[in-house]
Structures are given as C-alpha cells and as structure tokens.
Design a protein around this ligand. Structure first.
Ligand code: SAM
Length: 295
C-alpha cells in the first residue's frame, strides 16, 4: 500500500467510527509508524509501506477506531514545548491548561522576572527563587513546563496517585528538570510541608452529569479520578481554595483551572475565606476558566 492510499483509507475508516478529526489522526498515525513528519507524507505520496509497517498501522488504527486517545497510542504529547510521555495512568494535558501556564508565565515574568529586576517581593524572600506548589500534577505537565520556563524556581508536585507520580517523575527526568521538582504523594495538602509563593492546580472539576456526556476517548480511557469531583464538580476546587491560605507565604497566590460555569459559586465561597483579592481570567474561547486568589 502507498502513503496516499493509506491516508485515504485510514481517514475513511476512522470517520466511520466517529473519530472527530479523522484525516488529522490518520496523518499522525501514519507519520508515527513511518517515523517521519506529517508534512513528509504529502511530499512522498507514492512511498510504499512495508508489510510490517502496514500491519503496525492496522493495529494502531483499530485502537483509534475504538476511540483510544491518539496521545495514548503514540505515547506522547507536546505540552508548552515539552515532550511528555502519557498513558492511561494520567490525563492527557489539554490546551486549556497550556493557556493556564501561558497566563502564569506572563504574570511571573511581569511581576518577578522582568529585566532589569523591577520589584515585587511577594514572600519577603529572594527575588527569582520562587517556591511553587502544583496540586494534582498528573503527567507533571504544569510543573515541568514552569520549571523549563523559569530555571531558578523550585516546585513541589503533588498527586494522590502513585502511578501518576511515576509518570510525572519520568517526564521530569526526560525534560531535564528533575532536580528542581519534589514529588509528593498526598491527598491534596495532607502530606505537604512548608509554604509557597504560588499554588497552581488543575484539579478535577467535572460533575457526574457532565462526565456522562463526554466523548468515549475521555470516559473509556482517561482516569475518572482525574476528572470528576462532587458538589457539581466544585468539591476539590473549594477544598483547595479553603486550605491554600495555610500554605501560602504572605502575599502569595493561588490559581486554579476550573469549569467555565463555576466562577459565580467560587466567588461566593471565596468571600467566606478572607482572601485579599480574587480575579477570574478567560480561556481562548473567552470563557471564565482560571480563578486567581491572593492571600
Ligand atoms: C485534571 S487532572 C490534572 C493533571 C495535570 N495537572 C494536567 O493539568 O494535565 C487532576 C489530577 O489531580 C489528581 N487528584 C485527584 N484527586 C486528588 C487528591 N485528592 N489529591 C491529590 N491529587 C488528586 C488526579 O490524580 C489527577 O492527576
């Protein structure tokens, strides 16, 4: 079989099985099997696949047709410029979370890492040696991206899942930031020691009802414990919001990714907790998605 035929038939096959972007996924799978870039497929449409490549493509295509996420099949994802291994032990990091990292990058750059060193000292400590806590680290996506962006920061990455922490630690080694991240298995703050300049979290925030309407890729393959929370998805967000002040240095702040209908409830709850200031920021679809709270 030639590349052009493989792309055509695989696109049709994935489309019949309800895959949302069948032609893109066909390109990814074929380039993965041929160890080439997607663009090369279009430059060599007459390249003939070996029997072994054809068989490998067939096996991977069946998995995708069964709606296994593409990222689990190819075993990796690009997150904010870092290559991360992912499998069923961890959630596939989402573009919304890249946006959270982007907003954090902007904030930290503006307030702490701007040259010439401009000022604020949120913690009364040395500028440029911030301590950051990533709660619910999963694949390590947020912690690893921030460590790579800011070479002087130190991070603590927490997850309740030992399996997720194993993936995160491996990813930190492969991205050369292991020495600046401590991994802690903990039920949120339970085993966390010390205080932090910044707490960042993308906790589970999907309600049971929303969960039932999600794509098979999510429901049938991704860890449910990484996605759903009680109280209409608010339970973990509220828990973190209520406990964070004990773990924040003076003037430190918390930022969480949330569902886009949860901010009214979070603002009402935050008023009972004595934060100095809170703010909602938007995702790229202009939905309220990130909840910031300054101690
Ligand atoms: C939505 S995923 C986020 C993963 C990763 N930070 C990301 O953004 O791709 C939520 C993570 O929180 C973890 N988690 C769920 N409940 C937890 C708890 N009680 N304590 C600590 N981590 C928890 C899950 O194991 C999962 O890795």
């Amino acid at each position: 079989m030639r590349v052009a035929e493989a792309l055509w038939s695989l696109t049709a096959y994935l489309g019949r099985h309800g895959v949302e972007h069948p032609s893109t996924d066909a390109e990814w799978l074929l380039s993965f099997v041929l160890h080439c870039k997607r663009l090369e497929l279009f430059l060599t449409p007459d390249r003939v696949l070996t029997a072994e490549q054809t068989e490998r493509l067939r096996a991977l295509s069946v998995r995708r047709a069964q709606r296994e996420p593409l990222q689990y099949i190819v075993g990796e994802v690009d997150f904010f410029g870092q290559k991360l291994h992912v499998d069923q032990r961890v959630l596939v990091p989402r573009p919304e979370t890249e946006e959270l990292v982007y907003q954090m990058q902007q904030y930290l750059t503006e307030n702490f890492f701007k040259e010439p060193s401009s000022s604020p000292d949120i913690a009364g400590g040395e500028q440029k040696s911030l301590a950051i806590l990533d709660l619910g680290t999963g694949s390590g996506a947020i912690a690893i991206a921030l460590a790579a962006l800011f070479p002087s920061i130190k991070l603590t990455a927490v997850d309740c899942s030992a399996e997720a922490l194993a993936v995160a630690e491996k990813n930190s080694i492969e991205n050369n930031v292991r020495d600046r991240i401590s991994f802690v298995q903990s039920d949120w703050f339970e085993n966390v020691e010390g205080t932090f300049d910044v707490i960042i979290s993308n906790p589970p925030y999907v309600s049971e009802e929303e969960y039932r309407s999600l794509q098979p890729e999510v429901r049938c393959f991704e860890p449910k414990g990484a996605l759903t929370a009680g109280e209409e998805g608010l339970a973990d967000l509220k828990h973190i919001l209520s406990k964070a002040p004990e773990y924040l240095k003076r003037g430190g702040f918390l930022v969480m990714e949330t569902g886009c209908t949860q901010h009214t409830a979070l603002h009402a709850y935050e008023k009972t907790l004595g934060y100095a200031k809170t703010q909602s920021t938007l995702d790229l679809s202009h939905r309220e998605r990130y909840f910031w709270a300054w101690a």
